[in-house]
Structure formats: structure tokens, C-alpha cells
Design a protein around this ligand. Structure first.
Ligand SMILES: Nc1ncnc2c1ncn2[C@@H]1O[C@H](COP(=O)(O)OP(=O)(O)OP(=O)(O)O)[C@@H](O)[C@H]1O
Length: 300
């Protein structure tokens, strides 16, 4: 079983003329988990992955596979499988034929194409012309190409984009399974919600710079808690809560209390003899934290 190596980014920067696409990125992506590489469109994700894969030369710094640059890997296809842009395959050839060409060129075993097609669920369509494939099947074929050398590292740019719900569930299981086997799995996305159920760790960049990294749960900022509460006598309710030291604002459907626990607000109302018509705890969600970190563009 191939094991993953850490992906090491050190002071990695790339300028295109006056545009700083990636600025001084330093981080390590560990094996054994799925890491989400997140940021809005134009944040610098693709440029970073291209530098890792030796397709774009950094302006400064480096990105390596456990200390070895892509260009110095003795056997690239068995170390890392990648799918960056939507793969283009000749429409007149079969999936098996495509993969066989690459496998032969890389000196992989003859069994590699069928093993990769089986892993992505395309065995039954292996001899069919790729031109007749659906979008979902093409995406699976792109992934089969990435898996061809049974690599310890998987780097996928926006792999979930455009998949139907069944495809999303399938790729989620596949990637989590690969990570559980000890491989390094890095997937990019501009939408946190898209990868939220797939990733263990998140790395978030905005305007080319690292703005957050940590476990997915680290995004759930539980110290910013709000309580939404309502009563027929809303003015009095707001006054009671305010005089207990809370920051209060008016909503169309009640009163919003900052940094509060629902139980405590309920107790204040009870003690003041105010019957409540609504009481709920609102926590800052993952998506809200993400959008706050990346700024307005994240909403695109
Ligand atoms: N070859 C290039 N020449 C000039 N500018 C580029 C080039 N490639 C990327 N850029 C610029 O660098 C910045 C980062 O782009 P990049 O494609 O890496 O972002 P991204 O996070 O992958 O976004 P997307 O999800 O839209 O692909 C953008 O401002 C982009 O316009």
C-alpha cells in the first residue's frame, strides 16, 4: 500500500507582472487526512497547485513532496496523482485505451488501467468511446488517470464542481477511503459547503495569502454566539436584557442578543415575568466564518 508524503510549501510566491497570485505561502499538508484548499475565485489555488506539480515556476520559495521537488521525483506517477484542468480525452478512443497509453509510457504494470477504472466505477464502460461519456463519467475518467500509478498523494483541483448528488457522495467516500489508507489528499474548492463533509483540515487563502488553517471545526467560532428572542412586549424584553449588560439589537421578528446563551436569556425573561414567544441560539456557522475570512468575493 503506497503511503503519502507531506506536501511542504515554504515561502512560496508567484507574481504575474503586477499581480501577486501567491504570496509567501508556508504550510505542510499531512498524509492520512483530506485537506481542503479553499479560497474564492482568483485567490491563487490553481497557481499554487501548478507550482507544486512543476507546471509553473515559483517567483520565490518552493513546494515539495517531503522535500523533493516534482521535477526530481524518481517516479512521478506513482508518487502523486493529479487532476487540474478538466482533462481532455480523444473522443474516438476508449477509456482503457487512453489509460493504457499513459501506463505504458510511465512503465506501470499492464493491470494499472483496469485497476484505476475499477476504483472509479468505470469498469463496465472501459471499452466504450470516451466521446459518448457523460460529464460525470468524464470526471471519473480524469480521476482514474490521477489514480493510474496508485499514488500516495492525490492533488485535485475542484473535483466536486459539477458533480450530481450521487457523484458527490461517491467521491467523498473514495477520498476519505484514500486518506484512511494513509495517503495525502489535497482538494481545492471555492465553496466551503461543497467540501465541508469531505475534509478534515482546511487551508484557506485569499488574495494569494494564507488566512486560516486548522481542523474544519476550528472555523466554527463558538465564542461568537447570538440569541434570537421575542415577546409580545418586545421593548420591555430588550430593556431587561440590556440592563443585564448585553448588547441588543432589533430584528423584524424579535431581538438579537450578542454573546449570549439562550438559557441565560430565558432565565432573565422569566425572572422579569415576561412570557417569551420565541427563543433560539444562533451560532456563527462554518460558512459565515469562511466568508468573513475571505471577504466579500467569497460570496461569488
Ligand atoms: N498565467 C497567468 N498570467 C497572468 N495572471 C494569472 C495567470 N494565472 C493566474 N493569474 C492570476 O493570478 C491570480 C490567481 O489565480 P488562480 O487561477 O491561481 O486562482 P484560483 O484561486 O485558482 O481561482 P479559480 O478558482 O478561479 O481558478 C488571479 O488574479 C489570476 O488572474
Amino acid at each position: 500500500m503506497p503511503t503519502g508524503v507531506p506536501l511542504e510549501f515554504s515561502g512560496l510566491s508567484k507574481r504575474f507582472g503586477t499581480v501577486a497570485a501567491v504570496s509567501d505561502l508556508t504550510l505542510t499538508v499531512e498524509p492520512g487526512q483530506v485537506t481542503g484548499f479553499l479560497g474564492p475565485n482568483g485567490a491563487g489555488k490553481t497557481t499554487t497547485l501548478r507550482m507544486l506539480l512543476g507546471l509553473t515556476r515559483p517567483t520565490s520559495g518552493q513546494a515539495t513532496f517531503g522535500g523533493t521537488a516534482y521535477s526530481a521525483l524518481p517516479s512521478p506517477l506513482t508518487t502523486v496523482g493529479a487532476s487540474l484542468e478538466a482533462a481532455s480525452f480523444h473522443p474516438g478512443r476508449s477509456a482503457r485505451n487512453h489509460l493504457a497509453v499513459y501506463a505504458r509510457a510511465a512503465g506501470l504494470p499492464k493491470t494499472a488501467p483496469d485497476a484505476a477504472l475499477e476504483r472509479v466505477g468505470l469498469s463496465a464502460y472501459a471499452n466504450r468511446r470516451v466521446g459518448g461519456y457523460s460529464l460525470g463519467m468524464r470526471q471519473r475518467l480524469g480521476l482514474a488517470f490521477a489514480l493510474l500509478g496508485d499514488p500516495g498523494v492525490l492533488v485535485l483541483d475542484e473535483p466536486i464542481n459539477g458533480l450530481d448528488p450521487e457523484g458527490i457522495k461517491w467521491i467523498r467516500l473514495l477520498l476519505r477511503g484514500m486518506a484512511a489508507e494513509g495517503r495525502t489528499v489535497l482538494i481545492s474548492s471555492h465553496l466551503l459547503s461543497e467540501v465541508q463533509q469531505t475534509v478534515d483540515e482546511v487551508v484557506i487563502i485569499s488574495h494569494g495569502s494564507l488566512v486560516h488553517r486548522g481542523e474544519l471545526s476550528s472555523l466554527d467560532v463558538s465564542d461568537s454566539k447570538q440569541v434570537q428572542v421575542n415577546a409580545d412586549d418586545r421593548d420591555r424584553l430588550a430593556e431587561v436584557i440590556r440592563s443585564a449588560g448585553y448588547e441588543v439589537s432589533s430584528l423584524r421578528s424579535g431581538v438579537l442578543v450578542e454573546n449570549a446563551e439562550a438559557g441565560e436569556i430565558g432565565r432573565l425573561a422569566f425572572e422579569a415575568g415576561i412570557p417569551l414567544t420565541a427563543l433560539s441560539q444562533k451560532r456563527t456557522g462554518l460558512e459565515e466564518s469562511f466568508l468573513t475570512l475571505v471577504g466579500e468575493e467569497g460570496a461569488l
